[in-house]
Design a protein around this ligand. Structure first.
Ligand code: FAD
Length: 281
């Protein structure tokens, strides 16, 4: 099923995210995670793609596994370090395996520099996908601005370029400040972007990893999150407190009229379950 169709229905959607294994030996373990996540009946499950294309084989494999559980799969695809040949090969594999939904991404520029120069931006990949068939295409967006962006106006301008080239929905970067997301959605609408924007929620389960993510994503730490990290940072209670924080954040968004939630569950079905059963729909 196409995700654009799901998002058009008058219902709240809650989706989850997984990452593929790096080695074949871990494939069975990730497939078990898929089964446990699918058992929670999320609206769809997405599977990430290595920025350098190294895990592409398993992204398609995991997307196929998600579909086999009757849950729509969203396969991520990055382009900045790929050649046209490599991208075309993955697109063909996606088609062959009946994967209809693709999140078209640029990918982060590797610290050691780019390995290929066929693509500069996600919008180039959107064009490529459109030329290969009838995919439902999603894109990424940044409620607090992309770290490389000069300002929000430029970011919205390029988001609109992606929309005009064929992006049918956007998934947001993680954020902890609901006000920032709600205000961003207003700017998105004012910029004439009519595609749905899915709110990206990252559960806090470990102080060190969340601090790294905050640094990389440039998102604001709310006083409530700062207090949580200070109180529970180095304790075993951080997981429980993080789940409560995410539930409160999601329920707060739903109260404000947000219809679509994507939880960065990242191969942690127990966390996905704890959050999903407390969402007030
Ligand atoms: P783009 O849309 O190309 O934007 C990147 C930057 O370039 C922005 O600052 C934008 O304003 C600017 N820009 C865009 N178009 C132009 C243009 N034509 N001219 C000049 N400037 C332009 N990474 C992975 O490696 N694998 C994943 O699976 C993955 N999944 C993600 C899922 C989500 C929901 C999000 C939010 C991010 C994900 N990422 C993933 C990270 C993502 O690849 C990085 O954030 C990357 O830096 C930007 O990707 P993008 O698709 O937003 O790029």
């Amino acid at each position: 099923m196409k995700i654009s169709g799901l998002l058009a229905k008058d219902a709240i959607t809650v989706s989850c995210e997984l990452f593929p294994p790096k080695q074949f030996e871990k494939l069975a373990e990730v497939k078990e995670t898929v089964a446990q996540t699918a058992a929670l009946s999320p609206s769809f499950i997405s599977c990430t793609y290595g920025a350098t294309g190294g895990t592409s084989e398993y992204t398609v494999e995991i997307a196929k596994e998600i579909s086999s559980h009757g849950i729509p799969a969203l396969a991520h695809l990055t382009c900045v370090s790929s050649t046209k040949e490599k991208v075309a090969q993955v697109i063909r594999e996606l088609s062959r395996n009946g994967i209809e939904n693709v999140l078209a991404l640029r990918g982060d520029i590797p610290p050691e520099g780019r390995m290929a120069f066929d693509y500069a931006h996600a919008s180039d990949l959107v064009e490529e996908l459109k030329s290969h068939g009838d995919f439902c295409i999603g894109g990424a967006c940044y409620p607090e601005g992309h770290p490389e962006s000069e300002d929000m106006e430029k970011d919205l301008y390029y988001m609109r370029v992606k929309y005009e080239k064929g992006v049918q929905f956007f998934t947001s970067q993680l954020f902890f400040d609901n006000g920032a997301f709600l205000s961003f959605c207003e700017h998105v609408r004012a910029a004439g972007i009519k595609a749905p924007v899915i709110a990206g929620i990252m559960p806090v389960s470990n102080a060190a990893s969340i601090e790294k993510m905050i640094r990389l994503s440039n998102c604001r730490v709310t006083p409530e999150l700062a207090a949580l990290l200070q109180k529970y940072g180095g304790t075993p209670d951080i997981g429980r407190a993080g789940i409560e924080f995410s539930v409160k954040q999601i329920n707060g968004l739903i109260k404000e009229g947000v219809r679509h939630i994507h939880i960065y569950t990242m191969n942690r079905p127990a966390i996905a379950k704890a959050i999903m059963q407390s969402i007030e729909r």
